[in-house]
Design a protein around this ligand. Structure first.
Ligand SMILES: [Zn+2]
Length: 283
């Protein structure tokens, strides 16, 4: 599933152009086609099409794993790619991908297609973006998210650190790949109760999260179990999908376990499980 670096990469290509396509900012919608009605979570597919008709794209952004298209007075379009979603810019005359769920044809002849073979992706068109992304926790690069603030937030949770980091209301943008990679770099076992981490570990973890995301962004994301976007971060994985291979730090075999129903990869030597006793420190 696309995580922060992959979604940001798609947003950047739509905004700035790339991969042989020019930016779509400024494009004006000539025609809206909803080919699979359930893809539009809000409003109705009919209202979605009517509202976007004639709209001009002002900008493209991201919040957590949501892509955000700013249509000015016509509202904000949020897109969640989920498992296999992709946004493709089509040149004039280009045939849309086979699993296109909605298509915006622009006045200049180009089009934007939401291609989604597995149908889990959704889109919203709202006036108030808070309706869709208001529940999200801070962005990992938010300057207000200091090590002290991050540590205080961790202290409030007894949950295991890995599923907590993937909880979008706690922190927005992380998924399975970048969480496993960040925990490895911070030398923290994925099943450590969040509140058992000390201030030093919290600081190290926040730095590791930012480091892996920065590397992922620089590589245009990872290309793995979802549609290929040309990113290369999969070549830099230290633990993710490397079970049985030697740990790059100590040589111990990387292990794969299930944590919070998700496949989890870690080094049992570098990431030792340490727990604390929550009942002794005030519950
Ligand atoms: Zn190791």
């Amino acid at each position: 599933m696309p995580e922060l670096p992959e979604v940001e990469t798609i947003a950047r290509f739509l905004r700035e152009g790339g991969r042989g396509k020019t930016s779509i900012v400024g494009a004006v919608v000539a025609e809206v086609q909803v080919l699979w009605p359930q893809v539009v979570a809000r409003p109705s597919p009919r209202a979605f099409a009517a509202q976007l008709q004639g709209a001009r794209l002002r900008g493209v952004g991201r919040r957590g794993k949501f892509l955000l298209l700013d249509w000015g007075a016509s509202g904000w379009q949020a897109v969640h790619l989920r498992m296999s979603g992709d946004l493709a810019v089509l040149q004039p005359g280009e045939v849309p991908p086979r699993h296109t769920r909605w298509l915006l044809r622009f006045v200049d002849g180009r089009a934007l297609a939401f291609d989604n073979p597995r149908k889990f992706g959704r889109t919203w068109l709202v006036d108030d973006l808070g309706e869709v992304v208001g529940h999200l926790g801070p962005e990992p690069f938010d300057e207000h998210l200091t090590p002290q603030h991050f540590y205080a937030r961790l202290q409030r949770h007894r949950r295991q650190i890995k599923p907590l980091l993937m909880t979008q209301t706690f922190l927005a943008g992380l998924g399975n790949i970048y969480t496993d990679e960040a925990l490895f770099r911070a030398a923290i076992h994925p099943q450590t109760p969040a509140r058992c981490l000390n201030a030093t570990q919290a600081e190290r973890l926040l730095a590791a999260i930012r480091a892996v995301l920065r590397e992922g962004l620089a590589a245009n994301g990872a290309s793995i179990d979802w549609m290929y976007r040309g990113g290369g971060f999969q070549n830099a994985f230290r633990v993710y999908h490397r079970q049985g291979e030697p740990c790059p730090r100590c040589g111990t075999s990387i292990r794969r376990i299930i944590v919070g129903q998700r496949s989890t990869h870690f080094c049992p030597h570098c990431q030792v499980l340490v727990t604390c006793n929550p009942s002794l420190d005030g519950g």
